[in-house]
Design a binder for this molecule. Sequence first.
Ligand code: DC
Length: 233
Amino acid sequence: MISVAIDGPSGAGKSSLAKRLAKELGYLYVDTGAMYRAIGLYAKRAGADTKNAAAVEALLPSIRLELKYVDGAQRVLLCGEDVSEAIRAEAIGMAASDVSAHPAVRAFLLDAQRNMALTHDLLMDGRDIGTVILPNATVKIFLTASPEARAKRRMLELRQKGQPADYETVLEDIRQRDWQDTHRETAPLKQAEDAVLVDTSELDLEESFAALKSLILSRVGQEKEKARRAEVR
Ligand code: DC
C-alpha cells in the first residue's frame, strides 16, 4: 500500500492541497484533524472543560466516530450525526487543539488511523502522521508557511465565507495553536527526520500543488522501482 503523510501547522494549506492531490493521484484522503475536531465538538456540547484530561477521557466511551466517503469526499459522523460542517467553526479548532493534547484521546484514534493505511493507498494529513501514526509512510512531507502568510490566507478564507475577520486576531489564534500543538508532551507537531520540508510562504496554491505532486510522484516512483528490483532479485 502507498501512504503519503503530510504534517504541518494549521493554515499551511494542508487540507485543501491534500484533498486535491488525493483526488488527482487516486488515493483515499484522510483528514485526521477532523477526527480531533469531532471530539472537541462532542466535549463542548457536553459542557466539558476541553483542557481537562480526565473530563475529556470520561467522555470517550460514549463517542462513536466514523469516516464516510461520499463522492470521494470525507464526511465525519459523530454518533451517527454528520458533523462535517459543524466541526469547521473557529472555536472547535481550538477545542480540537485542547483535546488533542490528552494522551487518552490520541490513543483512542491511533488504531483507526493506522488501520486505514493497511487497506488503502492513502494520503493522510495531520500533525503526527510521519512521526507516530505511519512511521514507514512511502512519502513524508512537512508543509509549513510563516504565521503571517497563514494568517493572511485564513483571513481571506473567512471573509469569503462572509465571516468578517481581523488580521491581528487571526494571527494571534494561529500563534496560540502553533504553540499548543508543538509544546504538548504526547505526539507534538514536529518534522519527521525523513520528511521533506515544503515552505509555501512564497508559493500560491497552484505552485504548492505542483511542487507536492511532483515530489510525491517521484518518491512513489522510486519506491516502486526499488520493489521491482527486489522482486527481480
Ligand atoms: O488540522 P486541523 O486544524 O483540522 O486540526 C485541529 C487540531 O487537531 C490541531 O490544532 C491539532 C490537532 N491535531 C493533532 O493533534 N493531530 C493530528 N494528526 C491532527 C490534528
